[in-house]
Design a protein around this ligand. Structure first.
Ligand SMILES: [Ca+2]
Ligand SMILES: [Ca+2]
Length: 751
């Protein structure tokens, strides 16, 4: 505060204006009974200035401050100004109040000169006063109170040249006024500034002496204009597992111009569920979507929705542990807002669904949440597949974002691939349609009647197993084999031939017959599908002496023909090359009188394919010796010499076996100086009276008998030696004695 007095002398006129200046000035000016005063300046206007040292803007609200008045008064003829200590804490809007005390009274103050006081405030004249209290003349202010609107009031005291009135000196005593600063209640709506109808504070107005200030309701913040309030909701963070959040003032209308952002941040793997309570009310528009105010919900940056209107979004499962809710409002509207009760639960993964009916989800749960997992397998006979890759196992885990860490596999039926081919046989599909899938069944069959099937104990039917392999009924994967059927010619000799010199054989009657060419023409018989049984001397002839050709070389040079009764045809059909030659160790090529051990085996390089014209002969059963009994008829076929010519066609004869005694005695009768050895490993057959025999070129061919029990033809002897041709008995290697040797060499499981 500053009070200025500026005495001015103009003639004998004396001015003593005072001003309460400055923003914080506050004055109450009156002319009555100052309570006390601290300083008086008699006789003149004070020349001193008074400043209020209190800080501007002080929030001091001591209303009693207004009872610290100052005073101005005149002590006629000279004015006196009395001032009290300056008031503290004044604000611009405070205003001085002036009361005039006793003053010189005159009719029409100042009309004819004389003393008077002028009071001005707010650029208005508040009056001119003179005269005496109680006088009918003049204009005495009495106890009138002058109040300025502003914080300035101006008082001028004028006196003229004398105190005489019609020659009488009148003792005018001047005036005394006291002033007081009076607070303005800015919070009173009646005191609103003239050109501003808005209240001074948006929310709460607090008045105090010398000023006022604004504050806001809870949840709001006073803005920098010290007037308006805004909700502070730009960064609300919620970390509890559940809670409530709502628009400001809910369920009262929400404020304008909101930019609210509520963030819910929970642990990984949790899903936040928002449930809207009633009422739900946000300004909206019938045609345009939420043009005014918007409630936007985002989950991990993903927009979940923008809401307004009166229809509650209800309940929202966000499937996220991070949710942001933005609430934006414009400057108008009276909607009541919204309230959300949020909860959380472990995030759920979608229920696993099998891709096909063969997929099995183990221990299927009704609900799968974060960190749960499921295991998938396939029904028997199906493989777990991911793309083209076969999986051994499959497990999927529910991740924090509510997705499975890998996608569902599928189950594909097991495929066993094509069944293994059966040599000399075929397989056929038992089931229709024919395929190699799980549980398909095939059956192996051999090319009958030339081969018969030998299975591994589980039969010839094979089933595609869950492991993807074909297995028989015993679970074995090894397929059967097709073994040659021996001793079953398709056209067996039907009659017992008693024709002299033999007879042309039909094709198919002696299908085991081989034509050999090693040291001249010889014969042999097929065993199995790659062995030729023959006489050792067709390979190493007697008396070949120093001919040291190795067996390997002989094998290389040997010619073996099979499959026809005509020599020319046989040659056309081609040679069956020999891999190895086995000669019985008892055979001694140097001993021309002993054909003991006259037996050999040729192994063909390639098995022959059996058929009507090529079939093996059977070996005798070692327990059966009846075939060698005297008179037991057998057959010998061969391409040997007949009537001094090599035969071009297969011939055969039937001959009876002859007892050892007869053979020996006949042999004894024929012997020259060096008798031929008739060992236990030989037998003889033939007639003494009938010209029927084997001869050169028939060597190595076999003597066969029909085993009536089995219906098979069995080789009992090998054409070995004789004395001349058709001159009595012929001698044969007794195969029965060599069966073990033969089998030892052939030694094949399948035989
Ligand atoms: Ca005030
Ligand atoms: Ca609005």
């Amino acid at each position: 505060m500053q009070i200025e007095t500026s005495p001015k002398v103009s003639g004998n006129r004396f001015f003593c204006p005072f001003l309460c200046k400055g923003k914080t000035a506050s004055a109450w000016l009156g002319f009555n009974s100052p309570q006390k005063h601290s300083e008086c300046f008699p006789g003149r206007c004070p020349h001193r200035s008074y400043s209020n040292s209190a800080a501007e803007g002080s929030r001091r609200r001591d209303k009693r401050a207004s009872s610290s008045p100052g005073c101005v008064h005149s002590d006629f003829p000279l004015p006196t100004l009395c001032l009290f200590p300056p008031l503290e804490g004044r604000r611009a809007s405070s205003r001085p109040e002036l009361r005039l005390g006793q003053q010189a009274g005159r009719e029409r103050c100042g009309h004819r000169g004389g003393a008077h006081g002028d009071i001005k405030a707010d650029k208005k004249n508040l009056g001119r006063y003179c005269g005496q209290l109680g006088s009918t003349t003049g204009n005495h202010p009495g106890r009138k109170k002058f109040v300025s609107q502003g914080n300035r009031m101006h008082l001028e005291f004028h006196s003229d040249f004398s105190n005489e009135d019609n020659g009488t000196v009148i003792p005018y005593r001047g005036f005394l006024a006291y002033y007081q600063a009076v607070d303005l209640d800015e919070c009173d709506p009646n005191n609103a500034a003239e050109d501003n109808e808005e209240p001074r504070c948006q929310h709460i107005c607090h008045n105090y002496v010398g000023g006022y200030f604004c504050s806001c309701r809870p949840g709001y913040q006073l803005q920098s204009d010290h007037h308006s309030c805004k909700v502070e909701c730009s960064s609300e963070l919620y970390t509890e597992a559940s809670g409530y959040l709502s628009s400001p003032e809910y369920p009262q209308p929400y404020p304008e111009d909101l930019r609210c952002n509520y963030s819910i941040r929970l642990e990984k793997g949790l899903s936040i569920i928002l449930k809207f309570l009633k009422p739900f009310e946000i300004d909206d528009h019938q045609q345009v979507h939420c043009p005014y105010d918007q409630l936007k919900i985002q989950a991990q940056g993903r927009e979940i929705g923008e809401f307004c209107g009166k229809e509650s979004p209800g309940s929202i499962e966000t499937k996220s542990n991070e949710v942001d809710i933005l609430f934006l409002t414009d400057e108008s509207g009276f909607s009541r807002g919204w309230k959300i009760h949020y909860t959380s639960e472990k995030i759920r993964c979608p229920q696993p669904v099998p891709l096909d009916q063969f997929t099995v989800i183990r221990d299927l749960q009704p609900v799968y949440r974060y960190q749960d997992y499921f295991v998938v397998s396939c029904k028997t006979g199906y493989n777990l597949m991911k793309g083209s890759q076969k999986l051994l196992s499959f497990t999927a885990v529910c991740q924090a974002d509510g997705t499975w860490h890998q996608s569902m596999p599928r189950c594909e039926i097991v495929n066993c691939d094509n069944p293994a081919e059966l040599t000399n046989g075929v397989f056929r599909y038992v089931n229709k349609p024919a395929n190699n899938n799980y549980q398909s069944v095939i059956e192996y069959q051999c090319n009958e009647p030339y081969y018969h099937i030998v299975t591994r104990g589980g039969g010839g039917r094979f089933t595609c197993s869950p492991e993807g392999t074909w297995v028989d009924e015993a679970g074995q994967a090894r397929i059967p084999v097709c073994l040659p059927v021996c001793g079953k010619p398709v056209k067996p000799v039907a009659e017992i031939q008693r024709i002299l010199g033999g007879k042309q054989a039909n094709r198919g009657s002696f299908p085991w017959q081989a034509l050999t060419g090693i040291h001249g023409r010889g014969g042999g018989a097929l065993l199995g599908d790659r062995w030729i049984l023959t006489a050792a001397h067709t390979i190493l002839p007697k008396a070949s002496g120093g001919n040291n050709i190795s067996l390997d070389q002989l094998a290389e040079e040997a010619n073996i023909f099979l499959g026809h009764t005509d020599v020319e045809e046989l040659h056309k059909m081609g040679n069956h090359p020999v891999r190895r030659i086995f000669i019985h160790p008892d055979y001694d090529p140097k001993d021309e009188h002993n054909f003991n051990g006259d037996i050999a085996l040729l192994e063909l390089k390639h098995p022959v394919t059996l058929g009507p014209a090529v079939l093996p002969i059977c070996l005798p059963d070692t327990t059966n010796t009846t075939f060698y009994m005297d008179g037991h008829m057998g057959y010998v076929s061969g391409f040997g010499v007949e009537k001094n010519f090599l035969s071009n066609h297969l011939k055969y004869v039937n001959l009876p076996a002859v007892s050892r005694e007869k053979c020996q005695s006949w042999l004894d009768s024929k012997s020259g100086q060096m008798p031929m050895v008739f060992s236990e490993n030989m037998f003889c057959a033939g007639f003494l009276t009938v010209k029927r025999d084997t001869c050169q070129g028939d060597s190595g061919s076999v003597f066969t008998v029909l085993d009536s029990g089995s219906g098979r033809w069995v080789a009992t002897g090998i054409v070995s030696w004789g004395i001349g041709c058709a001159q009595g008995y012929g001698f044969y290697t007794k195969i029965l004695n060599y069966v073990d040797w033969i089998k030892e060499i052939i030694r094949e499981d399948r035989l």
